[in-house]
Design a protein around this ligand. Sequence first.
Ligand SMILES: O=C(O)CCC(=O)C(=O)O
Ligand SMILES: [Fe+2]
Length: 260
Amino acid sequence: MSAAGVRGQAGVPRPVGVRSADPWRERVGSGDWDAIAAEIDEFGGALLPRLLTGAEAAAIRSMYPDGRLFRSTVNMGRHRFGEGEYRYFKAPYPEPIERLKQALYPRLLPIARDWQARLGRAAPWPGTLDEWLDMCQRAGQVKSTAILLRYGQGDWNALHRDLYGELVFPLQVVINLSEPGVDHTGGEFLLLEQRPRAQSRGTATLLPHGHGYLFTTRDRPVRSARGWSAAPVRHGVSAIRSGERYTLGLVFHDAAQSQS
Ligand SMILES: O=C(O)CCC(=O)C(=O)O
Ligand SMILES: [Fe+2]
């Protein structure tokens, strides 16, 4: 950890002094990114360090009822997406959301480029999130995609992929704003990987409070007889058995006008 940070409450690095580095980049950078890349290569998902303190997670949870912050609300039962509700943040995003997306993008980029090379595909993603979102905008993908999800007892999220147009960033992050075992039981994060010419593999993860979880958005390279093939990956959430579970979903492409 850099000299500019000290361990704050609950193990979250906190900036000190006027010359401290961007605290969001520092938090994101406190993970062992070689180990994270190895983990996502093996399982299609990987736990990230704690990205939000308890107070910050509570502050984001408390945004849920404030209609001014959101561009639309999705009733998951009505769309047969599961049960529960989520809301799309309006751009510009509240500061922690914008800063986390900015801090995460350059860490995800080498993994995305590496995957694309293995799959023999061209990597369209520029070095910064702003440049990439400009490309989305020019392609008509102009709508914000960060979401705040709220699940009560019995709610769940059907297995899906967050694709919103031709342009896709292949990795995304979810953060648990609630504390498993305290605020909710059940509500495991699920990944389902469709393996080439084989049965699918499932992975369930109880996301620790305030931590990020990095996972595959559309598909990822897996070894096959002829080298590498693209394995489609879906994600979802098992039923919440008790309590409430709030999460923050960060997708790195924006959405076409025709998408919700
Ligand atoms: O609530 C979760 O853990 C997953 C939410 C989700 O579908 C997403 O972040 O894209
Ligand atoms: Fe999703």
